[in-house]
Design a protein around this ligand. Structure first.
Ligand code: ADP
Length: 501
């Protein structure tokens, strides 16, 4: 069933063999109540990798009930912060022990180059989980100086309760960890729904979470589709909080569902159309390289992808041509090949969406400097490969510059000066990331303040760190993940008044 099986880690082969993968509910691996399964596909070949249980409303009900029981009655609430901390650290150790397996699974299921899967997805996840392993012992309330005689006031910071966590397919393991680790640190219980395109690494993670000794029902994993399993979670009356990463349209549906049901707390990390801005006074080697890497990393399937590169007029041609030449040097191939730079897009649906935008860009009058098409010849034609594409002569009001493409496609747009680029850069519904390349420190900090984005990178692009808050302005989302901000998402503050009189 799996191409190149001979190169696979034995643990990966054994994970993929056997019957359909099951749901993790209440510490047990179970079939979907309906008995239904769906296929997950290797985007490099179009072959089926595995069948996976198709969870639905009934399974969501069971998983939420298991999470509720674990929160209200299980051993989890009574555990000391130090015990929770050790358990989360143990999860990180186990991910590290199975790092090669995770990296290959991620590449098979998502398509991404194995070098990135190993270093960033798996390596980054381990660091991230360890960061949150340190938090349980540091979550605290305050004493509060209320202005009344003989009254003592203090706050308790307590877990918010049962959390639903719905994640996308672009960094499947990392997105699962971004959601699970702070919620575990806070003492919540949860139901995780991986994306239907990439359910495998979350299932392996569920296995290791049990192995680490996390009590039954604390982490439940329900694989299935968004419109069914995902929507059931968003509308559930017994879910206290929902955390979502994905598209703006679905983010809005989730917010509506929360509003129509029990007003569960929400946090949303949505799309982006991030400006990566190159001034003529930048270190040009670093800026051009950063502009290219900012869009082509992970085949552009990244919510902070620098998909609008703004270039000061007098260096415009130089930067655009450099990016086109760079994109032609990138090696396209199977993610399992160590030398691959550009793997396939995640799915048939995604390649259709991206190639649709390639056509649209031409119609809108942008000039294709490189790429502009699907790989249609040879072995790769079976998979979902598209050539990295640079559109020159793009304008900010074109649809290719306003809409999130989520592929290796960049619009290179000229600008005149600071005011012009601030206006153009902010003229979009999103506000997730922004990059600024200049040696002028005053300009850099003025720009950082003026750009409406949750993250601004100066003379660097697309870095994340577990300690640095991450999230969006405008339609890029609500709330911040990472750092203490993620602990805030998963806790409630309680004010306690004591009459000492
Ligand atoms: P993309 O367009 O990148 O696939 P989506 O926002 O559609 O992103 O998907 C992100 C996650 O949201 C996936 O886990 C998907 O199953 C889930 N999802 C999709 N539709 C809904 C919905 N109506 N309600 C809840 N979750 C959904």
């Amino acid at each position: 069933m799996v191409a190149m099986a001979s190169n696979l880690h034995p643990e990966v082969s054994s994970f993929l063999s056997g019957g359909p993968k099951k749901l993790l509910i209440g510490g047990q691996w179970v079939d979907a109540a309906s008995g239904k399964t769906f296929e997950t596909v290797n985007p490099a070949t179009g072959d089926v990798l595995a069948r996976v249980a198709e969870g639905d409303q009934e399974d969501v009900n069971r998983a939420v009930a298991a999470a509720r029981k674990a929160f209200d009655e299980g051993p989890w609430p009574g555990m000391t912060p130090a015990e929770r901390s050790r358990m989360i650290w143990k999860i990180a150790d186990l991910i590290e022990e199975h790092a090669d397996t995770f990296a290959q699974l991620e590449t098979l299921d998502n398509g991404k180059p194995i070098t990135a899967a190993r270093r960033d997805d798996v390596g980054g996840t381990i660091d991230y989980v360890r960061y949150y392993a340190g938090w349980p012992t540091k979550i605290q309330g305050h004493t509060v100086p209320v202005s009344m005689p003989d009254v003592f006031g203090y706050t308790l910071r307590q877990p918010v309760g049962v959390c639903a966590q719905i994640i996308p397919w672009n960094y499947p393991l990392m997105m699962a960890a971004w959601k699970l680790a702070p919620a575990l640190a806070a003492g919540c219980t949860m139901v995780l729904k991986p994306a239907e395109q990439t359910p495998l690494s979350a299932l392996l993670l569920g296995q290791l979470i049990l192995e680490a000794g996390v009590p039954a029902g604390v982490v439940n994993v329900v694989t299935g589709f968004g419109e069914t399993a995902g929507a059931a979670l968003a509308a559930h009356m017994d879910v206290d909080k929902i955390a979502f990463t994905g598209s703006v349209d679905v983010g809005k549906l989730i917010m509506q569902a929360a509003g129509k049901s029990n007003l569960k707390k929400i946090s949303l990390e949505l799309g982006g159309k991030s400006p990566n801005i190159v001034f003529a006074d930048a270190d040009m080697d670093a800026a051009r390289e950063g502009a290219a890497a900012g869009i082509f990393y992970n085949m552009g399937q990244d919510c902070t992808a620098g998909s609008r590169v703004f270039v000061e007029q007098r260096v415009y041609d130089d930067v655009a041509e450099y990016m086109a030449a760079h994109s032609k040097r990138l090696k396209i191939g199977s993610g399992l090949d160590e030398s691959t730079d550009i793997g396939p897009l995640v799915s048939k649906e995604q390649i259709e969406r991206v190639t649709g935008y390639l056509q649209l860009g031409r119609q809108e009058g942008a000039r294709v400097l490189s790429g502009g098409e699907r790989v249609a010849e040879g072995e790769l034609a079976r998979g979902f490969f598209v050539r990295p594409t640079v559109f020159a002569d793009a304008r900010n009001d074109m649809r290719i510059a306003q809409e999130e493409i989520f592929g290796p496609v960049v619009s290179v747009i000229p600008f005149r000066d600071v005011d012009d680029v601030v206006r153009q850069g902010n003229n979009v519904v999103y506000g997730l990331g922004a990059g600024i390349w200049t040696k002028d420190i005053q300009k850099a900090h003025k720009m950082a303040a003026a750009l409406k984005a949750g993250t601004v990178w100066i003379n660097m692009y697309n870095a994340v760190d577990p300690a640095m808050p991450f999230g969006g302005f405008k339609q890029s989302g609500i709330g911040r993940e990472m750092g203490f901000e993620a602990i805030e998402l998963y806790t409630e503050v309680k004010s306690v008044w004591v009459n000492l009189g």
